[in-house]
Ligand binder design. Structure first.
Ligand SMILES: Cc1cc2nc3c(=O)[nH]c(=O)nc-3n(C[C@H](O)[C@H](O)[C@H](O)COP(=O)(O)OP(=O)(O)OC[C@H]3O[C@@H](n4cnc5c(N)ncnc54)[C@H](O)[C@@H]3O)c2cc1C
Length: 819
């Protein structure tokens, strides 16, 4: 054997050990074996054996490794790693990791993904969606609520209370519906397609708020009192955290609670004196009970030794002396109930603390624990529902609306935007189903919830823009016939609430993901904080596991980057296999880049937001792509849906690749080196082709099974705007051959596809249409006109507020004087 051959064989075998993540012992034995072969062929002499021993012995003799090597690393680690604050500790401890953890580890086990149960509704949940939820959608008039009443009408409020829409998360024993997270998501998706006011109003009590907090932390008395009242709508809750001085940095709220003696119902008791000024609080103007977050202190040490107890959550009835509610903010013409809450010297008993006095100071932990669940459901579902409805509506509109004698949806430029709507609608449904299934399986997915919140609301923004562009003036002119404008106006609300998006992308997704999903980092942090022998033992295990993991990811990234990703595992060998294989490669890249970024930047990675954001993008897109593949699998691998799947996967993986490249381009020499390792032959994913865009667009243009699956669960009854569009689309498609027949009979090749009632009359006159066909053409024309027309108003009808009253009074006076 030649030296070169031995060296190559040794490198390959060592690479193999690292690629497949063999243990240190196995790798060491393998190396000794290779050296023995080298000795046999007179290639390895004593010097190499000594070198091998110098490397392997310290690593494999546990006492030496731990006592010398690990101790040294631990000392250096403690110097560079910043201490974790209590707030960060709470955020890290709250929540669990699930499939996203698998993606972070560099080698996803696809079987695991596909063995997760499919999200499904129970018979009761299905009945609710088809019964009360359908009925609610029929009775809601969004224009009336947004323009005329600046609120939902009384009968809608009552219907929501009577049918327990605010009690989807409350347990049955307290009179609630106790729906699964998936069912909540489907309810929100359906109502979001009808009205943003409805979706926000239903979303909040079922998300983070008194109901959720009470069920987790409430005392028996609090649960017995409030939960049945919340379930049947006797109490309307809100949750007040945000202050003018503390928005994103909610932990810095200046609102105070001071433990002191005071008078309560005629007796002197130990209670809390509250002073607070909150804003942006959803449902506050109509709430009967406020969940309030404030900083509690005990200067006279009436509760114990501690003076500063920290953030605390309490339930305060709205009519408590000193509390001021009722005024409203006006969120972007989507006037759901939202406003400030203020309190001056409000004295309440200690029992008002959620969970009682023992939970004083535990408010922040309570919030982060509960927030992750609500954040994964409400806004992602509202966004998915909105996009599913507008994707269908925009498809239908693009077929009905004609310019240059063609349905606009047949024009390539329009198809580009339609494809984004179709592909994203498919993907967003997939992400919400998958994330909510995770919750139903018992996860508290803090990383997934940040991913879902950020990406679904950003996709809503992108899709709303596309829908508006395609609708042109029809989307711009507000009125009862405009089914887009209010949703479009409301997009920034979704972007801002529950963790404003810039912060969510730059700080939260990867900030939590890196620590929670990485197989070793959290354990290293926790172990390094322990100063005893057990801490050293744990740190030893974690740090050497981490070093091996890093080396393995380097080898994997190198090998897969050379093109071997094509030979990696995929559960299918059809046209979807390429995505699994590319994701194997990206997952290894993410794991490696994470370690490189943490190794190079240490604690300062927290401040390098753009690097953190792009690593978060990589994790997010891997998660989104997995959820989409899961949907395809769960729905029986429908061939007709392949264009939607291909579009969603190509768009997602392309964005992943571009984020990764942007990260490498902005990471100095380290980035340049990594680029050589990861992209020796350039990009591997292309964005969806024009041909694919066109295929997706065509799915949206006419009724078909894929289109039906895209809109599944949305409100499409003919009484609603979207249902009417669907009906009109069917009528227009049926009218087309009749129109052609009349055109031929009249020998008028230039006859335009308009005035279909006149076409009907002509057809009847020429004897080429039956009475039924005449009727169909007339109905199609009526629908067509309603779809393409917009509302107009008298000047007076558009004047709002106090001026409207003045104009109305002037007009009454004018009538009086005329009489
Ligand atoms: C309609 C509406 C309803 C709401 N409902 C409620 C409610 O029911 N209860 C409640 O308590 N609150 C509620 N909020 C408050 C909401 O959660 C806050 O608006 C949100 O947390 C952002 O705070 P802010 O608006 O003060 O923005 P700011 O905190 O001032 O942020 C401004 C911008 O800076 C970015 N930013 C801030 N810090 C960082 C950082 N470290 N890194 C990167 N970027 C950063 C943000 O992403 C944002 O883009 C509501 C808000 C609105 C508008």
């Amino acid at each position: 054997m030649s030296i070169a051959l031995w060296v190559i064989a040794t490198l390959l075998v060592l690479g193999g050990f690292l690629y497949y993540r063999s243990s240190l012992l196995i790798t060491s034995i393998g190396l000794v074996g290779l050296f023995a072969i080298g000795s046999w062929f007179d290639i390895v002499g004593p010097v190499l054996w000594v070198l091998l021993a110098v490397v392997l012995l310290p690593l494999n003799i546990t006492a030496f490794r731990r006592g010398v090597l690990t101790k040294g690393i631990l000392g250096a680690y403690r110097k560079v790693m910043p201490e974790i604050s209590e707030t960060e500790k709470d955020a890290i401890d709250a929540g669990t990791t699930w499939w996203e953890g698998e993606l972070f580890r560099g080698a996803p086990a696809w079987k695991k993904l596909h063995s997760i149960q499919k999200a499904e509704l129970s018979a009761e949940e299905k009945a609710f969606l088809e019964g009360p939820c359908e009925e609610l959608c029929k009775m809601m008039n969004d224009w009336e609520a947004t323009h005329e009443l600046a609120d939902m009408p009384e009968h809608v409020w009552q219907y929501l209370k009577d049918h327990k829409f605010f009690a989807m998360i409350i347990k049955k024993e307290y009179g609630g519906l106790e729906f699964s997270a998936y069912a909540q998501s489907r309810v929100l998706q359906k109502v979001a397609g009808v009205s943003t006011i409805l979706a926000s109003t239903i979303g909040v009590p079922n998300s983070l708020g008194p109901g959720e907090l009470l069920q987790h932390y409430g005392t028996k008395e609090q649960k017995d009192h409030y939960l049945p009242r919340l379930a049947n709508g006797l109490e309307i809750p809100c949750f007040a955290l945000t202050s003018p001085e503390a928005g994103s940095d909610a932990g810095s709220i200046p609102d105070t609670g001071v433990i002191c003696k005071g008078e309560w119902e005629g007796k002197e008791i130990v209670g809390i004196r509250l002073n607070f000024d909150k804003r942006y609080i959803t449902l506050a103007p109509v709430a009967t009970v406020l969940g309030l977050a404030f900083k509690l202190s005990d200067p006279d040490k009436l509760l114990g030794d501690k003076e500063e107890l920290g953030i605390t959550a309490a339930l305060i009835p709205h009519d408590t002396k000193g509390v001021e509610t009722g005024r409203r903010h006006f969120p972007l013409n989507v006037p759901f109930q939202n406003g400030p809450v203020r309190g001056k010297d409000v004295f309440v008993p200690l029992d008002y603390i959620i969970g009682g006095p023992k939970m004083a100071g535990k408010g922040w932990r309570m919030l982060v624990e509960c927030l992750s669940v609500g954040r994964a459901i409400t806004l992602p579902s509202n966004s998915a529902g909105g996009v599913k409805s507008i994707a269908l509506a925009t498809g239908a509109y693009s077929y009905i609306r004609r310019q240059f004698r063609l349905p606009i949806g047949k024009m390539e430029g329009v198809q580009e935007a339609l494809a984004r709507l179709g592909g994203n609608a498919y993907l967003m449904d997939a992400v919400t189903s998958f994330s909510t299934k995770g919750i139903d399986l018992g996860e508290k997915p803090s990383v997934i919830s940040a991913i879902a919140k950020y990406h679904m609301t950003e996709k809503l923004r992108e899709c709303m823009d596309d829908a508006m562009d395609i609708h042109g003036g029809k989307g711009i002119c507000l009125g009862p016939n405009n089914y887009l404008g209010r949703g479009y106006q409301g997009v920034p609300v979704a972007i801002t609430v529950e963790g404003a998006n810039i912060l969510t992308r730059n700080l939260m997704i990867y900030g939590q993901g890196a620590i929670r999903c990485h197989p070793y980092v959290l354990e290293e942090m926790l172990a390094s904080a322990e100063t005893n022998a057990e801490g050293l033992k744990r740190f030893d295990k974690a740090i050497w596991g981490h070093i091996g993991f890093g080396m393995s990811n380097f080898v994997r990234s190198l090998v897969l980057g050379l093109g071997f990703w094509r030979f990696t595992s995929s559960p299918y060998s059809d046209s979807t296999a390429q995505y699994y294989k590319k994701m194997n490669r990206f997952s290894a890249n993410l794991a490696l880049l994470s370690d490189v970024a943490m190794g190079v930047l240490g604690g300062s990675l927290k401040r390098k937001q753009r690097i953190s954001a792009r690593l978060g993008d990589m994790l997010s897109y891997l998660f989104i792509a997995s959820a989409t593949l899961k949907r395809f699998e769960d729905e029986g691998r429908q061939k007709d849906d392949l264009p939607l799947l291909h579009w969603a996967l190509q768009d997602t993986l392309y964005k992943l690749q571009e984020s990764q490249l942007a990260l490498l381009d902005n990471f100095g020499a380290v980035g340049t080196t990594m680029k050589v390792v990861m992209y020796p032959f350039g990009r591997i994913v292309k964005r969806p082709s024009d041909r694919l865009d066109s295929k997706v667009a065509k799915i949206l243009l006419k009724p078909n099974a894929s289109r039906e699956r895209l809109g599944q669960g949305q409100f499409l009854a003919p009484e609603g705007q979207f249902g009417y569009l669907e009906q009109t689309l069917r009528d227009i498609i049926e009218a087309e051959p009749l129109f052609d027949r009349v055109r031929k009979a009249a020998d008028d090749r230039r006859m335009p596809f308009m005035f279909l009632d006149q076409v009907a009359a002509k057809g009847k006159e020429l004897g080429v249409l039956s009475d039924e066909e005449v009727e169909l053409l007339r109905r199609a024309e009526q629908g067509r006109l309603r779809v393409i027309n917009v509302d107009d108003f008298a000047h007076e009808d558009l004047i709002a507020g106090k001026h409207a009253r003045e104009v109305a009074l002037a007009s009454v006076k004018k009538q009086d004087s005329a009489a």
